[in-house]
Design a binder for this molecule. Structure first.
Ligand code: KQY
Length: 387
């Protein structure tokens, strides 16, 4: 592995592919911290296993687990899933596993962004975050992939979405937050994103989902479903605080064009009714630095937009809400060649994110990546596709 400090992906002919381009595999992390996951993480681990097995129906999944959880992860996950021991502070693969870029020869490299737990000592969510921050480099080492060192720029994978054709979506609330790169202005941030993702247009949505403790990551409010097309989390309830936030995003997108000069087609994806913490769930969470991490009645940032696009499936959250079915149908229409698998995700949501936040795709590479070879059989939990 080479740690590249003196060049950028775009200078070297690498770009970040869209999530709907073909994957070699997916990385996840086994959850265990007791101030994120209620009652010691038992229910969260079961939900993570369902997500991993659903994705493993069409691509190779690698789950990183601590030494303490290794045996448990190995026994809960089927043999087609690879489990590796790796330390982390929590389980948000999207945010601190590498962002992968690819060139025309099919070679891939990682990007190792700086990670400070969503805002460092300003408004971050836990301390320390050192083991999370090492993961991108450790994984590139394990995969023998060269890695760009961009630790001087704080960025989480959930705060960007690309269309693979030159456009990147972000939110102002996150990328311009004071806890990340306060010394950089919007133009300087755009330049870094263009250089590292190899895009030429950044679309700045004003905000994300109300109560999203990541300073409103884009991956909870809006996602590309195809070049020039997005889904946007939407509510028709004008009395909901989310209404004005989603409307401002809609107005922005309706007046924007992408890197290729196309107007953007926006598909509204309904939001579930507000999901709030119960007293019993709060009782099951340990304190973080002496403070409760959730309070009874607190609204969680539930959104169907937080789905993962696997090679042959869409793995999306469900909340036991009447809109679960409608959201599933909308995504089925938008991804006709993929099976939509909905997983009840309340136990992931309690941690502060959802299915997209706990997964990170590895694009296909030209070389035979023995460690992420495609699976042959489907796990009984998941119906496999024939195509
Ligand atoms: O990407 C995410 N949504 C992660 C949020 C982490 C919250 C920590 N409790």
């Amino acid at each position: 592995m080479r740690i590249i400090k003196d060049s950028t992906p775009s200078a070297d002919g690498f770009r970040m592919p869209a999530e709907y381009e073909k994957h070699e595999g997916c990385i996840m992390i086994f959850p265990e911290r007791s101030d994120s996951w209620q009652y010691g993480g038992y229910a969260a681990r079961k939900a993570f296993v369902k997500v991993a097995e659903a994705i493993a129906g069409s691509e190779k999944v690698t789950v990183c687990a601590s030494g303490r959880q290794y045996d448990n992860a190995r026994s809960m996950l089927s043999e087609r899933i690879r489990v590796v021991e790796m330390s982390s502070n929590d389980a948000w693969a999207r945010d601190y596993c590498p962002t992968f870029v690819k060139n025309d020869r099919g070679e891939i490299r990682g990007i190792d962004w700086g990670f400070n737990a969503w805002g460092g000592l300003f408004d971050g969510l836990y301390f320390p975050w050192d083991q999370d921050n090492q993961m991108a480099r450790k994984l590139c080492d394990l995969m023998n992939q060269d890695v760009y060192d961009k630790r001087d720029f704080i960025l989480e994978g959930g705060s960007i979405h690309v269309d693979g054709q030159g456009t990147c979506l972000v939110t102002e609330s996150c990328l311009l937050s004071k806890g990340r790169n306060p010394e950089l202005d919007r133009v300087e941030i755009e330049k870094i994103l263009c250089d590292y993702l190899n895009v030429s247009k950044i679309l700045w949505l004003p905000s994300g989902i109300y109560g999203d403790e990541t300073n409103e990551h884009v991956d909870n409010i809006c996602a590309f479903t195809a070049p020039g097309e997005v889904v946007l989390a939407w509510t028709e309830d004008v009395t909901d605080v989310q209404y004005d936030m989603s409307k401002a995003c809609l107005e922005y997108l309706e007046s924007a064009t992408d890197a290729k000069g196309r107007s953007i087609r926006v598909h509204k994806l309904p939001l579930p009714k507000p999901v709030t913490m119960t007293a019993q769930e709060c009782d099951g969470l340990d304190a973080c630095w002496g403070e409760a991490t959730r309070t009874p009645g607190e609204r969680l940032a539930a959104s169907y937009v937080n789905f993962y696009i696997a090679n042959h499936s869409i793995v999306m959250p469900g909340f036991g809400d009447p809109s679960d079915e409608k959201a599933k149908m909308i995504l089925s229409d938008l991804f006709p060649n993929r099976e939509v698998i909905q997983i009840y995700a309340r136990d992931i949501l309690i941690g502060g994110g959802n299915i997209h936040c706990i997964t990170q795709q590895i694009p296909t590479s030209g070389r035979d990546m023995e460690w992420v070879k495609a699976p042959k059989e489907a796990h009984p939990l998941v119906q496999s596709r024939s195509d």
